[in-house]
Design a protein around this ligand. Structure first.
Ligand code: UTP
Length: 298
C-alpha cells in the first residue's frame, strides 16, 4: 500500500479535467473554438464531466486550459448582464439554468502553455492536489451510467487503495485506438494491471480491456510523469507514466457499468448526441418520429 494513503486521506476530494488539447480530429470546427465547448444536445461537452464530478461529491475541480479556450471559464462563471436580461424578459427557466451553471462547483483554471501531452497536462495539477489521491476526467468521454462513472471508480479505489483506471471492452478496431491492459482478474469488475500497451492492434493485444478516460491516481504518479520520456512526437503520454508507476506500485483497472461515448471524434460525437437526445423526455418522441422519416441514400 502507498505510505501516504492512510484512512484519513483516502477520500478523493479533487478532480482534474485536462482540456488543453488541439482537438485536431474535430477540425475545422475547432479552429477558433474549443472542442470542449461543442454542444451535445443542449450543453457543452465539458459540462458533462464537471457535472459527473459534482454528482460524485467532488467539490474542487482544476481545469487544464490553454490559449484560445477562455470561453470555458466564461461558461462556468456568473453572467450578471445575461441574468438581468433574462429576469427582465421573464425567462425564468433559462435564468435558473444559467445561474445553476455558475454555482455548480469551485472551479480553478491553469493553462498548459504548450500541448506537450496528457501526461504533461496532468503534471500541472501537482501543487493543486498535493500529496493526496485525486481523480482525472477526460472531457471527450461522456459516460451515461446508473452511478456516475467516477463515483464507481472512487469506490473501487477505496477497496484497492492504489491507482485505478477505467476499463471498457473494446473490439478489434478498439485495440488500435486505446491502451490495452494485460489483466489479472481480482474480482468481477476489478483487474490488476500487469502491463499496458498503447494501441497494440488485435494481433499484439493482451486482452479486450481498453483504458478509457477516467482515472484515480495516487500522488506518486507525479514522480512517474517526471521520469517518463516524451514520445516521438515530443509528448509525455499518461500511458507511459502509468507503465513507469507499475515498477514501484500496483495499478488496477475497473470495468465500469454503463455506456460510454467517445465524443472526441466526429462519429462518437454524433452517436452521443443522438443517443442522449433519445433519452430526453422533451426530445424523445419528436426525434423518434423524425428518424422514421429520414431517407438514407446508398
Ligand atoms: P486527445 O488527444 O484525445 O485530445 O487528448 P486532443 O489532443 O484535444 O484531440 P486530437 O487528438 O488532437 O483530436 C485527451 C485529453 O487530453 C487533453 C485533451 O484536451 C483531451 O481532453 N490534452 C491532450 C491536454 O490537456 N493537453 C495535451 O497536451 C494533450
Amino acid at each position: 500500500m502507498n505510505p501516504y494513503l492512510d484512512e484519513k486521506n483516502m477520500k478523493i476530494q479533487k478532480a482534474v479535467i485536462p482540456a488543453a488539447g488541439f482537438g485536431t480530429r474535430f477540425l475545422p470546427s475547432t479552429k477558433a473554438q474549443p472542442k470542449e465547448m461543442l454542444n451535445v444536445v443542449d450543453k457543452p461537452l465539458i459540462q458533462y464531466s464537471v457535472e459527473e464530478a459534482v454528482q460524485s461529491k467532488i467539490k474542487n475541480i482544476l481545469l487544464i486550459s490553454s490559449r484560445g479556450k477562455s470561453s470555458m471559464e466564461d461558461h462556468f462563471d456568473h453572467s450578471p448582464e445575461l441574468e438581468r436580461f433574462l429576469k427582465e424578459k421573464g425567462k425564468q427557466g433559462y435564468l435558473k439554468e444559467v445561474k445553476r451553471i455558475g454555482e455548480l462547483v469551485d472551479l480553478n483554471f491553469i493553462r498548459q502553455k504548450e500541448a506537450l501531452g496528457l501526461g504533461h497536462a496532468i503534471s500541472l495539477a501537482q501543487s493543486y492536489v498535493g500529496n493526496n489521491p485525486f481523480s482525472v476526467l477526460l472531457p471527450d468521454d461522456i459516460f451515461d451510467c446508473p452511478t456516475p462513472c467516477i463515483s464507481q471508480l472512487m469506490d473501487a479505489f477505496s477497496k484497492m487503495k492504489a491507482s485505478i483506471i477505467v476499463l471498457g471492452r473494446v473490439d478489434r478496431e478498439g485495440t488500435k485506438k486505446y491502451g490495452i491492459i494485460k489483466p489479472k482478474q481480482v474480482s468481477e469488475r476489478i483487474f490488476q494491471v500487469e502491463d499496458l500497451v498503447e494501441k497494440p492492434g488485435p494481433e499484439k493485444a493482451y486482452s479486450d480491456l481498453g483504458v478509457l478516460g477516467r482515472y484515480v491516481f495516487t500522488p506518486e504518479i507525479f514522480q512517474a510523469i517526471k521520469e517518463t520520456k516524451p514520445d516521438t512526437k515530443g509528448e509525455i503520454q499518461i500511458t507511459d507514466a502509468i507503465k513507469h508507476l507499475l515498477k514501484s506500485q500496483s495499478v488496477y483497472g475497473y470495468l465500469f457499468e454503463g455506456t460510454r461515448y467517445d465524443a472526441g471524434n466526429k462519429m462518437g460525437y454524433l452517436q452521443a448526441t443522438l443517443s442522449l437526445a433519445l433519452k430526453r423526455p422533451d426530445f424523445k418522441e419528436q426525434l423518434k418520429d423524425y428518424l422514421k422519416t429520414v431517407k438514407v441514400e446508398d
